[in-house]
Design a protein around this ligand. Structure first.
Ligand code: LFR
Length: 474
């Protein structure tokens, strides 16, 4: 049996990765064909995503991938959640998608009473976070009223990219759940939310089941790129949900931290848990593969360290490697002079200076202490998130799977093991693109179950183990 080739797009807040995945019947191999930095760009009052440049980057990467292998079976797109593009009557974009790091969501959320907000959580099973599309839309209605007048359809980022590639407008449950417009008990759009808020249900595209074809590459685009037209498969198009597909475990109950710009701390369930503890602890019942629920807490992740690094590079006009960043922190971690803080403090959401914001929170001045405190804060928040998860599900998780780009951070992995007292298994770091590729493999090999896929992934990638040092962290 020959090998099959697939394209997985993993568009994150900080980088766009195009991965060639090959499946030979027993292993999935990945090769990063192209990696391009991504960042939100400043407009007049708000930050935006340069979506056409992202689309262009992906087209070039698709062409390049096709030139490396004899045939491609399909492609799948995963991106960050929540954000969306608005299309007018002609089917053209009305503007660049807004970045969720703005105040519109807070404006939108404040239009609802506490009891309405409580009801919203109850309807959807999703934490009432101001960044959710639901609140962004309400904020747009207040502050940018020209948009709703012209909108005919709303597409989340992966849906928009799929539309640009295929011409088809559809969505799927994982990305749609990040809008907070789904009833996660039924995994369909929630009429109560639409009627309570007056948001127009007709803006939203139908949901396509996982593993189905979302559309074919538009023929004009295929001929422009000089490649054959192949299908886009409905993978979990929320990056977090695709990443969770690739947790290398045979267990039914497991805990993960999907570590990137955000850290998503959670577990996989068959049915949502919607109760007051989940609401109070800020967990969400997002959509996972094939009707599963990815109960998770959205916690600030590498955003803090990425911003510290960017700021140091800018002020000192030089580049910093991650090893150099860790080296700054080491003496302060060893001397225990650093101080943990809440990584979800609102002052860290989109600060002018991340270093300044941490100095304000900790009262510590030295850059080593600032970086060390950031590491400490993340590890403490991970341990706390897993503890909260155990209370919610009533289960004990002896191992934490750290997956995604942030799982390469050996020091943070060890600190997480030390502070949580649990074993940490780190990897795969290419979790999202592996997930998007795995679901395409499942489309071509319908006999493979998610358990088979997780075993195949575990056999295909390197996983690092970190055991807790008994003396630390207490
Ligand atoms: C992770 C992620 C989170 C989502 C955040 C914002 O990349 O998709 O799951 O809450 O980005 O979209």
């Amino acid at each position: 049996k020959g090998t099959s080739n697939y394209i997985g797009f993993d568009c994150g807040n900080s980088s766009i990765r195009t991965v060639l995945g090959t499946f030979d019947g027993s292993h999935i191999k990945t090769e990063v064909v192209q990696q391009t930095p991504n960042q939100a760009l400043q407009g007049y009052a708000y930050d935006y995503w340069d979506i056409l440049s992202i689309f262009h980057t992906m087209q070039l990467a698709m062409k390049k991938t096709c030139s490396e292998v004899s045939s491609i079976s399909s492609f799948g797109i995963s991106t960050w959640g929540i954000d969306f593009g608005l299309l007018g009557r002609s089917g053209e974009l009305l503007g660049n998608p807004l970045c969720y790091r703005n105040l519109l969501g807070t404006v939108g959320l404040n239009t609802l009473s506490d009891s309405d907000l409580h009801a919203m959580f109850g309807y959807t099973g999703i934490q009432n976070h101001p960044m959710n599309s639901l609140y962004q839309i309400l904020g747009i209605r207040e502050k940018l009223p020209e948009y709703p007048l012209a909108v005919k359809s709303l597409l989340t980022i992966p849906d928009l990219l799929n539309y640009l590639f295929t011409g088809e407008r559809n969505s799927e449950v994982s990305i749609a759940s990040t809008t907070q417009l789904l009833d996660m008990r039924k995994r369909t759009y929630c009429d109560s939310v639409f009627s309570k808020t007056g948001i127009c249900k007709n803006w939203f595209p139908p949901l396509v089941g996982h593993g189905q074809i979302r559309g074919m590459l538009r023929s004009e685009l295929a001929s422009k790129l000089g490649i054959p037209a192949f299908p886009s498969i409905s993978v979990p198009s929320h990056d977090t949900a695709s990443a969770i597909v690739s947790v290398p475990t045979g267990e039914k109950d497991f805990a993960y931290i999907s570590s990137g710009t955000w850290s998503l701390i959670g577990t996989e369930l068959h049915e949502p848990i919607i109760n007051s503890i989940v609401e109070k602890q800020g967990f969400s019942n997002e959509g996972g593969l094939h009707g599963s629920i990815t109960l998770l807490k959205n916690s600030c992740g590498m955003h803090i360290l990425q911003n510290i690094k960017r700021e140091l590079e800018f002020t000192e006009n030089r580049t910093y490697s991650w090893d150099e960043i860790v080296a700054l922190a080491m003496p302060c971690l060893e001397a225990k002079t650093c101080k943990s803080f809440d990584p979800n403090d609102t002052s860290l959401y989109n600060p002018l200076s991340m270093i300044g914001a941490i100095r304000d929170l900790t009262g510590l001045e030295g850059i080593g202490d600032v970086v060390a405190s950031a590491y400490m804060a993340l590890a403490v928040s991970y341990a706390k998130g897993i503890e909260d998860l155990q209370v919610i599900t009533g289960k004990e998780y002896p191992t934490i799977h750290i997956i995604g780009g942030g799982s390469r951070n050996a020091h943070l992995n060890q600190m997480t093991a030390d502070i949580s007292g649990k074993r940490v298994l780190a990897g795969p770091y290419e979790a999202t693109s592996l997930g998007t590729i795995a679901v395409q493999v499942m489309h071509d090999n319908p006999h493979l179950t998610i358990q088979d896929i997780r075993k195949i992934i575990g056999d295909s990638v390197g996983i690092q183990e970190y055991l807790p040092a008994a003396t630390l962290g207490k």
